[in-house]
Ligand binder design. Structure first.
Ligand SMILES: O=C(O)c1ccccc1N[C@@H]1O[C@H](COP(=O)(O)O)[C@@H](O)[C@H]1O
Length: 218
């Protein structure tokens, strides 16, 4: 499925002003990180304040990394989320157990021969996912690292997968045009590429990113 306009999720929102800047620029979805080790982690209290200032028609995605079920349920009891993003080693049964649409992140590992490993077996293990997110593998952190992976692998997954593919990992204004042209993903997800420092978005970088997405998509 080739989108006429590539959707964009901005992840790791920690401040109301950043949510507003992303919504004004045209973000389709905003991500709230509920992974305590991340510099972008928010409490449900912070998340509720951020959501309260954001205009309608922006989807909310809650990001978790190998959470206990109780953590996810507790967040869902306190704030409204449209989609769950699982960025660890969660299996399909776990991801489906909350009754919400979910996006499964798969981190593309470099293989021994220098070629990236094939994510398709992991993708097909999540046939009921609403989307599969492909991100770079970094042994030190499960995501939000600003690192890229081999986009040729992402293109192969877009062609082979029945589930929409979201491209992530090191996206920024200077490379998003090539990402859209080469990979043709359903959507893009990014955090570091629109930040002045981890957790703090920069409205000028957000605008530059969307300018480029709009230029290439139209
Ligand atoms: O943003 C984080 O801090 C984070 C922490 C743990 C797992 C995933 C995280 N973010 C996701 O990582 C990718 C790529 O981010 P980046 O653009 O390379 O910084 C993205 O999908 C974020 O949702």
């Amino acid at each position: 499925m080739i989108p006429r306009r590539t959707r964009v999720k901005i992840c790791g929102i920690t401040r109301p002003s950043d949510a507003l800047a992303a919504a004004q620029a045209g973000a389709d979805a905003l991500g709230l990180v509920f992974y305590p080790a991340s510099k972008r982690a928010v409490s449900t209290t912070q998340a509720a304040v951020i959501q309260s200032v954001t205009p309608v028609f922006v989807s909310w995605v809650g990001l978790f990394v190998d959470p206990e079920p109780e953590q996810v349920k507790s967040v869902l009891n306190q704030i409204k989320l449209d989609c769950l993003q699982f960025h660890g080693d969660e299996d399909a049964g776990f991801c489906e157990s909350f009754g919400l649409p979910y996006m499964k992140a798969i981190r593309v590992k470099p293989g021994r021969d220098g070629m990236a490993t094939d994510p398709m077996p992991e993708i097909t293990a999540h046939p009921n996912a609403s989307a599969i997110l492909l991100d770079a593998y970094d042994p030190s952190m499960p995501g939000g690292t600003g690192k890229r992976f081999d986009w040729r692998v992402a293109r192969q997954c877009v062609e082979a997968s029945e589930v929409p593919i979201v491209l992530a990992g090191g996206l920024k204004a200077s490379n998003v045009g090539k990402a859209i042209r080469d990979v043709q993903p359903w959507a893009l997800d990014l955090s570091s590429g629109v930040e002045s420092e981890p957790g703090l978005k920069d409205p000028a970088l957000i605008d530059a990113f969307f300018d480029e997405v709009n230029r290439v998509s139209n």
